[in-house]
Design a protein around this ligand. Structure first.
Ligand SMILES: [Zn+2]
Length: 434
């Protein structure tokens, strides 16, 4: 009899303790972040999620099975206009798992991973749905701005820091860095677009995350002359304030604070997701050494101009251009600067960062700095580099061509002329690179 009691005891203990040992995962909420080439789904979960993700056909569906999990509240539905999916359903499976089924509108390649808790979020399950690429190269080739004989625009790549699942730093009143830097970036974009001879390219066009390396790739594809990354600083001490401008350092950060900052900004890739393409670090550093000296000089000069313009709108955090090892600046061929516009951790500057008027002042300071540099050092072949010639009585096109050592054909192409006829007072652009 005593023996049986032992067995009953044993099983009783086992039955009660099983759910405690294998802790059930609570699926709390779901967010979507839609970028041009993928959509990121983020589930908030209570523990690290064991899961499977796979596709089903006819009709096309995405299935996400989360083991030993249950839903805490109803999942949100995507807007009807969402490019990738239309409906999200969920149900219990095998009595203990949770199955989420998403109806797809387009073919996707799913990729999933778990993220550990950080300052903003707890455990997360991330599912990235990449749209399958269509024939893209044809369109890209058509857009190449350097294939015509005409002087080109100076291209400025504007990188609003963070985005999507990565909010960046947070102010004492809850202001998110990703939002204010995007607002400043949009204002800078407008200033550049309205300036003849310059063209802006936004690295992120909305509230979604882009890996640090991908940001540089987008700038390179756009053949950018300059890469400007816009951020807002944060520090433990809320009294610290002011703007600072950084360039990349090959030999390490110029100050302890710069090192600390670089660690924080680079950590964004861990916050926003995993970077799968970090394996070429050795190759990248070799390329860096080969060709960075020239671009570093440009970066340094532009940074100085931007810093000078920030001085006129408020206190600077550092009077000198700082150097730090930001991953986002590691481009061997594009001069790059990183602007920490203000300290979001300072209540006064947090308020300023939210003000449209102040955002405009900061955008203008960055713009004036960029313009100041390129006016003095216009790259060869750009509209800003072109010499202007105003035609006076008695001149001919062939005479002007001879004078500047440019072919007639080139001169006509550059000025979009159908004939060789010119008139007094007409202003011609003279290319300086031939
Ligand atoms: Zn930042």
């Amino acid at each position: 009899m005593r023996k049986y009691w032992n067995i009953i005891w044993f099983f009783g203990f086992f039955l009660v303790s099983l759910p405690i040992l294998a802790q059930q995962n609570q699926v709390d909420s779901l967010r979507f972040w839609t970028a041009p080439d993928y959509t990121r789904l983020v589930f908030d979960v209570s523990t690290s999620p064991a899961h499977e993700v796979f596709l089903l056909n006819n009709p096309s569906r995405l299935v996400i099975d989360i083991h030993n999990a249950r839903l805490k509240q109803k999942l949100p539905q995507p807007p009807a206009s969402h490019p990738l999916f239309s409906r999200i359903r969920s149900a219990a499976r095998n009595g203990r798992d949770l199955r989420v089924v998403i109806d797809l509108k387009a073919p996707v390649n799913p990729k999933s991973f778990a993220l550990k808790p950080n300052r903003t979020y707890g455990h997360r399950l991330v599912v990235d749905l990449f749209t399958r690429k269509k024939k893209r190269s044809v369109a890209a080739r058509k857009k190449n701005p350097r294939s015509t004989g005409r002087p080109r625009d100076i291209v400025i790549a504007i990188d609003a820091g963070h985005g999507g699942e990565d909010p960046g730093a947070r102010g004492p009143h809850g202001t998110q860095e990703k939002k204010v830097v995007f607002a400043i970036a949009k204002k800078l974009e407008a200033l550049i677009r309205n300036y003849p001879g310059m063209r802006p390219v936004m690295i992120r066009k909305g509230d979604y995350y882009i890996g640090l390396r991908k940001r540089m790739q987008i700038a390179r594809r756009a053949k950018a002359d300059l890469f400007v990354s816009i951020h807002a600083d944060a520090f433990k001490n809320s009294r610290v304030k002011g703007a600072s401008v950084f360039t990349l350092s090959r030999r390490g950060a110029s100050s302890e604070a710069a090192r600390w900052l670089a660690r924080n900004e680079n950590a964004a890739d861990l916050v926003g997701g995993v970077s799968l393409d970090d394996k070429d670090d050795v190759l990248a550093s070799v390329l860096l050494d080969l060709s960075q000296t020239a671009t570093q000089e440009v970066s340094q000069s532009v940074a100085k101009q931007v810093l000078k313009n920030f001085r006129s709108i408020g206190k600077l955090h550092s009077r000198h251009v700082q150097k730090a090892g930001f991953m986002v600046l590691k481009s061997p061929d594009i001069p790059s600067i990183l602007v920490e516009t203000a300290f979001i951790s300072n209540p006064d500057e947090e308020r300023k960062l939210r003000s449209h008027a102040h955002q405009r002042r900061m955008a203008k300071a960055i713009f004036n700095g960029i313009l100041g540099y390129f006016r003095r050092n216009p790259p060869v072949g750009t509209r800003m580099a072109a010499v202007k010639h105003t035609i006076v009585r008695g001149e001919t096109l062939s005479g002007i061509a001879q004078h500047y050592g440019v072919s007639m054909k080139r001169l006509r192409a550059v000025n979009a002329m159908n004939s060789t006829r010119i008139r007094v007072g007409q202003v011609l652009s003279i290319p300086t690179d031939s």
